[in-house]
Each structure stands twice: as C-alpha cells, then as structure tokens.
Design a protein around this ligand. Structure first.
Ligand code: SF4
Length: 199
C-alpha cells in the first residue's frame, strides 16, 4: 500500500485520539485539495498493511482514520488494513473517499462491500472548493458523513455539533495542519511556518 504519512494522535478527524493514515495517490486533482503532496502515486512509499499494523499497535489510539490520497484506489490493501485493525480490536474506522457511497456500492465489488460493512464511518465525495461549509469532519457540502455502524452514531453526532479545529504537528522544517480547513486556516499556517523557520 502506498502511504504518504501516518500521524498520532489525531483529534480532529473523528472522536478520541486517533491513528491517522494517509494513503499516497489520487487522480482527481481537486482545486483546493488540502493534501496536494499526496496526489501523485509513488512506488517508493509502498508498505504492507501488516507492517503498518505492526508499527502502530503500541500506540494507544481510540480509532483509526484513513484518508489520502484516495484509499479506494488501493482496494485490496485497504481491505487488508481494515481487516487487520478489526482483528486487533478496532471497529471505529473512518475512511475519507472522493467516491460517493452510491458509486462504491453500485460496483458490487466483494472487497468494497467488505470494507463498507467493517468500518464505522465513510465520508464521501470529492472536495468542491465552491461548496465549502462549516460542518465539522467534512470540507464541502456535497460530502456526506455516513455512519455505517450504528454503535458509533452518538459519538459522531456529538462531534458534528462542535466547531472545526486543527491538530498541528511541527517537524524540523515544516508544519502539518491536520483537520478540515476553516476560515483563516491559510493565514495561521503561514504565520506558524514563518515562526518555525525563524524568518
Ligand atoms: S479527492 Fe481528496 S485527496 Fe484527491 S485531489 Fe480531491 S481533495 Fe485531494
């Protein structure tokens, strides 16, 4: 599976302290994509789902969020990843995809159906910069938050009443903002980056 980054703890893309896995590669190139560095596929970023599990299981997370890139362009690995985390006791798996739920179910693909029946939430639809709204967890109003496992209904519904926020990860020469962009997000990012780089 091509993986762009794995971060922990993520608190802005689902309830609790989460493990965030961003796959590498997406062919939509949406204007305003918040992860443009994850659009180009890159074989050098291949890592097996087993290795991902092995490298992360010692972290104490409440759930797993898988984004990208486009997770459903790596269906077999995505299925393996969902199965592995399920087997490790994690049911609260949230996946972001540019496909709609309808497009996915209409394919009637065994692996896709398996994934959809073994995750808690799917947030679907490609980001549309003209439809940006202020609803937590999603970037634009064409996207839907599908709660596929009713056991997580309350948790996610409570989260949907909160304000948008971001997690900030500082690296040597870069800053990653994790979360759904809100008004003023770009300005804050540039300001923090300037401070971080001492310019
Ligand atoms: S579908 Fe998501 S990852 Fe792909 S280009 Fe659009 S916003 Fe970016």
């Amino acid at each position: 599976m091509q993986v762009g980054k794995i971060l922990f703890p993520i608190t802005t893309l689902g309830p609790g302290k989460r493990l965030g896995i961003w796959v590498q590669g997406c062919n939509r190139f949406c204007k305003g994509c918040s992860n443009p560095e994850l659009q180009i596929f890159d074989e050098s970023k291949n890592v097996s789902p087993d290795k991902i599990l092995e490298a992360t299981l010692n972290l104490e997370f409440d759930g797993v969020t898988i984004s990208g890139g486009e997770p459903f362009l790596q269906i077999q690995d995505l299925k393996a990843l969902v199965e592995l985390y399920n087997d490790a006791g994690y049911e609260d798996i949230l996946i972001y995809t540019g496909f709609t739920l309808k497009e996915l179910t209409e394919r009637n693909d065994e692996d896709i159906n398996y994934i959809l029946s073994h995750i808690a939430v799917l947030i679907d639809g490609a980001f549309d910069i003209n439809l940006v709204d202020n609803v937590p967890l999603r970037g634009s109003s064409n996207q839907n938050v599908w709660i596929l496992n009713s056991r997580y209904k309350n948790k996610y519904e409570v989260l949907m009443t909160k304000d948008k926020t971001v997690d900030i990860f500082c690296f040597e020469d870069d800053i990653h903002f994790i979360g759904i962009p809100f008004d003023g997000y770009d300005k804050l990012y540039r300001k923090l980056l300037t401070i971080r780089r001492g310019k």
